[in-house]
Design a protein around this ligand. Structure first.
Ligand SMILES: [Zn+2]
Length: 421
């Protein structure tokens, strides 16, 4: 049975426990993974770091029974400070506040068991070292640290949209605290600026089950927000002949002797003027001269988003596609099955998929939101160039400025990918 499963995608164990280090007194510190070992995106939740602030442990226990969204795994550390928990002290057994001991903006503070005693040096404590090693290895996209008892989401230098999302879902307002020295969150956000770590200050005392559920579901909402999007690979034929045609096109129109799309700087949104995906695929696959300009290669787009939100990838973003006169040399093209701007923007599933795809491409290539444009905006792009005189003012009416202004506003509400902060 096991042997039969060995090669299947389900073979990776859905949970795993690892000892990531030991406390001062030699108690193992455990991390439990929920979700596939192969998940691209990992989140980390630390239930408790101050021994006298244990409420987050119940949330971690609840998350252990959850099912993380597709493509994500949760690493759960119920207790980073088991000695402090056993003794009901904020500090570890050396009397160090672990959340002042991290090796960023560390400074000497107090002596053993003083409230904010920062230890003998940056990262001096075994619990700090264990967590730092673990973060270096696993690179969690989001880390949540539970504390008590201020009842707020604490602003960090990480992604504000993720903190706002947690705040909305949890009912805890997002507020700033003074910039403490040597904190775990400070170190993480400095060390991995593309990822986000922040603190959630829960209420005092033991949390009721409904409260625990609400915090756990806020944590899962974060996982959904950063989960990789499902993309269906449906390549159109793009063999040597079509590549050569694309290269000739790029020479004629841009003076570029290459069929490859290097460093895309623009994303152009379109609609197909069809009501289904099939004719779009067939047109793009056929590599026939287009009806409008009579040129080769045939028109195409890198992605097509269907009415139900399914995202198809037709052409790798490393290859130029003919979708927008003047911009093919530097633009990724995204088509939406539909017959008007309003139909695309009014379709929740399609719009959501579109925004997520666009946002992740922005992150991958560092494309600014102002360079996410509609086809109808192509002539005003600073990247527009065209060597063929009669085509210099050629554009289409799909995805106009008013529609795209709304689209860009909505983009701004999604978590910002690594390269954009
Ligand atoms: Zn178009």
């Amino acid at each position: 049975m096991l042997a039969a499963l060995a090669g299947s995608p389900q073979a990776a164990p859905a949970a795993d426990t690892q000892v990531i280090g030991e406390s001062v007194r030699g108690t193992p510190i455990r991390a439990v993974r929920i979700g596939s070992a192969r998940a691209r995106t990992k989140l980390l939740v630390i239930g408790s770091v101050h021994g006298d602030e244990p409420a987050g442990r119940a949330i971690v226990a609840r998350l252990r029974r959850s099912k993380p969204p597709r493509g994500t795994a949760l690493w759960l550390i119920e207790d980073l400070n088991p000695d402090g928990h056993a003794a009901d002290t904020r500090q570890n057994a050396n009397g160090v506040d672990l959340n002042r001991n991290f090796p960023y903006r560390w400074r000497a503070d107090g002596g053993p068991f003083d409230t904010y005693h920062s230890g003998s040096g940056p990262g001096s404590e075994p619990e700090t070292q264990a967590l730092a090693r673990f973060v270096e290895r696993e690179r969690p996209r989001v880390t949540l640290w539970y504390h008590q008892a201020l009842r707020i989401v604490v602003r960090s230098t990480g992604d504000a949209q993720l903190e706002r999302l947690y705040s909305r879902r949890s009912g805890l307002p997002r507020k700033a605290l003074p910039r403490y020295h040597g904190t775990a969150v400070g170190w993480q956000n400095r060390r991995f600026p593309g990822d986000t770590a922040f603190v959630v200050e829960l209420q005092g005392g033991a949390p009721a089950p409904a409260y625990v559920r609400r915090q756990a579901s806020a944590a899962l909402a974060l996982a959904r927000a950063v989960a990789p999007q499902r993309v269906v690979s449906k390549p159109i034929p793009f063999g040597a002949k079509r590549k050569e045609e694309m290269r000739a096109y790029a020479r004629r129109h841009y003076g570029i002797d290459d069929h490859r799309l290097r460093r895309p700087r623009v994303i152009v949104e379109h609609y197909t003027a069809t009501s289904t995906f099939a004719p779009v695929f067939n047109t793009f696959a056929s590599d026939a001269p287009d009806v409008e300009l009579g040129e080769l290669p045939g028109v195409c787009a890198h992605y097509v988003i269907d009415r139900d939100g399914t995202v198809y990838r037709l052409v790798p973003t490393s290859i130029m596609c003919r979708h927008t006169v003047g911009l093919n040399w530097t633009a990724i093209g995204i088509e939406h099955v539909g017959t008007s701007d309003g139909q695309v923007l009014g379709n929740r599933a399609q719009l959501r998929a579109s925004l997520r795809l666009t946002r992740s491409l922005q992150g991958r290539y560092g494309i600014k939101t102002r360079n996410v444009i509609g086809h109808a905006e192509s002539l005003s792009s600073p990247f527009h160039r065209e060597r063929v005189e009669r085509l210099r003012t050629q554009t289409h009416g799909d995805m106009r400025r008013a529609s795209m202004d709304r689209y860009r506003r909505l983009l701004g509400r999604l978590p910002a990918p690594d390269s954009m902060r």
